[in-house]
Design a protein around this ligand. Structure first.
Ligand SMILES: Cc1cc2nc3c(=O)[nH]c(=O)nc-3n(C[C@H](O)[C@H](O)[C@H](O)COP(=O)(O)OP(=O)(O)OC[C@H]3O[C@@H](n4cnc5c(N)ncnc54)[C@H](O)[C@@H]3O)c2cc1C
Length: 490
C-alpha cells in the first residue's frame, strides 16, 4: 500500500489539513497523543454542567463552510453555526453597559450617547477595518505565507493603507473619541494574544471579522466543530489514532522518512504534517543537528503571546443581565497590558471575559443554574510569577463582585486552569494561547512558514504557523499546508 501522509496531532489545524488531503485522494493517518481530538478545543462535563475549555468566540463562518465544501459536503449537515446576539455585552467600571449588536442602528444609538462623534467614528472604523481585510486578506491570511514579493501584488495606494507602523491603539484614537469605545476596539488585540498598545494597527482587521462578519455559536457547544471535522475526516478515510503519541520524526539526507510512535512502532511516511508548536518539533521531535539547534534558538527568542487563567464555574442562579459573551473591563487598560507584557505578572485589575453558553443552550447546566467560563489574559510562563502560590482566583471573583456579580457563595462546581495547566494539557509552549506574540509590525513575516526549512516533506499547521492562532486561522493553516504538500509531494 502507498505510504501515507502522517499528521501529528488532531487539533483543528491537523484535522483541517487531513480533510483537505483526503479529499484530494491522499492516504492520511493521524496520531493524537490525547484520548480525544480537538487539542485546545476541548470540553468538560461535571455535576450536570458542560463547558468548552478553550475557544468560545467563533468568527469567519465562511472558513468552515469552505472546508466542508472542499470535501464536497454541506457544512450544515455536520455543524450548525448559530448567530449570537448581542455579539458581546461590555461592562465598564463606571457602570456603563454597552451591547455590541448585529443591529447597527441600535449599536450606533448607544455609541452616540457616549460621545456624539462616536456613531460616525464607529462607522468609519468599520469601513477602515473592512478595507484592511480586503487589502491584507490575500497576502497575510488566505494564501501562502507572505513574502516581500507577494506584497508587490498589493496596489501601491493600498500598500500605504496596510497601517503597519502605528499601533492598534493609535489608529483607534483617530476614530473613537470616548474611552469606552477606544477600550472596546482595542480589545481585539487579545484575539491573537497581543497588546493594543504595541501590536501594529494592521491587526484592527480582527475587528472586521467580528463586528462586520458576526460571532457564531456551534449548536451543542464549540467542541461540536472538532467533532464535526473528525466525522468528516473519518468519512473521507482518514485513520485517526487517538492516545498515540509520536516521539520522533525521522529524516534521512534532509528528507522525512517516518515517524516513531511512543510504543516503538515506526510508521513510514510519504510526508509529515506537524500540528505541534513549531519550536517543540525542533526541540523534541527532530534529530538535534547543528542547523536545527540554531533554528530552535531563533524560535525561542520570539516573545510568546499571552496565556490565560480560566475558571469553570457551575453557578447556582440565573443572571438575566448577562449575555452569552460578556466583558468586564479594567479601569486602566494600559496598565493591564504593562502587567502582562512588561512586568510579567497577572494584571492586578484584569479585564474579565465570561461566556455562559447555557444562556443559548439550557442543557449546559442544571435547571436554574449557569455554566460560567471565566477567562483572564495573563502572561505566558516565565520566571516572574509562581502559579503554585497564587490566589488569583480571589482577585478575579472579587472584581466580578465589584461589578455586582458576586457568585462566591453560589458555586456548585469549580475548576481552574492556569498557564501551567494549559502548557501541560495542550502542549502550548509557556501556555501561550496563540503561539508567538503579534506585538511587532513584522510579526506576520516572522510567523513560521507551513513548510519546514531544511527538511523536505515536513509541513506545519496550527497556531504557531502561518497565518497564526485562532480557530478559523488554524483551519486556514491546514489549507495552506495541504496546498503546498499537494503541489510538492507527488
Ligand atoms: C483558553 C483558550 C481560549 C481560546 N479562545 C479562543 C477563541 O475564543 N476563539 C478562537 O478562535 N481561538 C481561541 N483560542 C485559540 C484556539 O483554540 C487555537 O488557536 C486553536 O484551537 C489551536 O489549534 P491548533 O491546530 O494549533 O492545535 P492545538 O489545539 O494546539 O492541538 C495540537 C494537537 O496536537 C497534539 N500533539 C502535540 N504533540 C503531539 C505528539 N508528539 N504526538 C501526538 N499528538 C501530539 C496535541 O495533543 C493536540 O491535540 C483559545 C485557546 C485557548 C487555550
Amino acid at each position: 500500500m502507498d505510504k501515507p501522509v502522517v499528521v501529528i496531532g488532531a487539533g483543528i489545524g491537523g484535522l483541517s489539513a487531513a480533510i483537505r488531503l483526503a479529499a484530494a485522494g491522499r492516504r492520511v493517518v493521524m496520531f493524537e497523543q490525547n484520548a480525544t481530538v480537538g487539542g485546545k478545543m476541548a470540553e468538560i462535563c461535571a455535576d450536570g454542567f458542560r463547558w468548552d475549555t478553550g475557544p468560545s468566540v467563533i468568527t469567519m463562518c465562511h472558513v468552515f463552510e469552505d472546508l466542508f465544501a472542499a470535501a464536497g459536503r454541506q457544512m450544515d449537515d455536520y455543524l450548525m453555526l448559530l448567530p449570537v446576539e448581542p455579539l458581546t455585552r461590555y461592562f465598564y467600571p463606571d457602570g456603563m453597559v454597552l451591547n455590541l449588536s448585529r443591529d447597527l442602528p441600535a449599536t450606533l444609538r448607544q455609541l452616540a450617547a457616549l460621545d456624539e462623534r462616536d456613531a460616525e467614528g464607529y462607522l468609519a472604523f468599520l469601513a477602515y477595518a473592512a478595507r484592511l481585510h480586503r487589502i491584507t486578506g490575500s497576502v497575510f491570511i488566505y494564501d501562502d505565507p507572505p513574502t516581500w514579493r507577494s506584497l508587490l501584488r498589493v496596489a501601491p495606494l493600498d500598500m500605504l493603507r496596510v497601517d503597519a507602523w502605528r499601533t492598534m491603539e493609535q489608529a483607534i484614537r483617530r476614530y473613537a473619541h470616548s474611552p469606552h469605545l477606544q477600550q472596546l476596539l482595542g480589545r481585539f488585540a487579545t484575539y491573537v494574544g497581543a497588546s493594543p498598545y504595541r501590536a501594529p494597527a494592521t491587526l484592527n482587521v480582527i475587528a472586521d471579522v467580528e463586528l462586520n462578519g458576526g460571532v457564531w455559536y456551534p449548536q451543542g457547544g464549540v467542541y461540536a466543530i472538532a467533532r464535526a471535522m473528525a466525522r468528516l475526516a473519518a468519512e473521507l478515510g482518514v485513520e485517526i489514532h487517538a492516545g498515540c503519541r509520536v516521539n520522533a520524526i525521522r529524516e534521512a539526507n534532509g528528507v522525512v522518512r517516518s515517524v516513531l510512535l511512543a510504543d516503538g512502532t515506526v510508521v513510514e511516511a510519504e510526508a509529515v504534517i506537524a500540528n505541534v508548536d513549531v519550536a517543540t518539533v525542533y526541540e523534541r521531535l527532530l534529530t538535534p543537528t547543528p542547523a536545527h539547534i540554531r533554528y530552535l534558538n531563533r524560535l525561542k527568542q520570539q516573545e510568546p503571546s499571552c496565556s490565560g487563567f480560566i475558571l469553570l464555574l457551575g453557578v447556582d442562579g440565573q443572571h438575566q443581565e448577562l449575555a452569552h459573551h460578556n466583558i468586564f473591563f479594567s479601569a486602566d487598560y494600559a496598565r493591564e497590558f504593562d502587567d502582562i507584557f512588561r512586568r510579567g505578572v497577572p494584571p492586578a485589575d484584569p479585564t474579565i471575559y465570561v461566556a455562559i453558553t447555557s444562556r443559548t443552550d439550557a442543557s449546559h447546566g442544571p435547571a436554574g443554574c449557569e455554566n460560567w467560563f471565566v477567562l483572564v489574559n495573563v502572561p505566558a510562563l516565565g520566571s516572574t510569577y509562581d502559579w503554585s502560590r497564587s490566589d488569583y482566583r480571589e482577585t478575579v471573583l472579587s472584581r466580578l463582585a465589584a461589578f455586582g456579580f458576586d457568585v462566591r457563595g453560589r458555586i456548585r462546581h469549580e475548576q481552574s486552569l492556569t498557564p501551567v495547566d494549559l502548557e501541560r494539557l495542550t502542549g502550548a509552549r509557556a501556555g501561550a494561547l496563540y503561539g508567538a506574540s503579534s506585538n511587532n509590525p513584522l510579526a506576520a513575516f516572522r510567523r513560521h512558514h507551513n513548510r519546514a526549512a531544511g527538511v523536505r516533506g515536513l509541513y506545519f499547521v496550527g497556531g504557531t504557523a502561518h497565518p497564526g492562532g485562532g480557530v478559523p486561522m488554524v483551519v486556514l493553516s491546514g489549507q495552506a499546508a495541504a496546498r503546498l504538500l499537494l503541489s510538492e509531494v507527488t
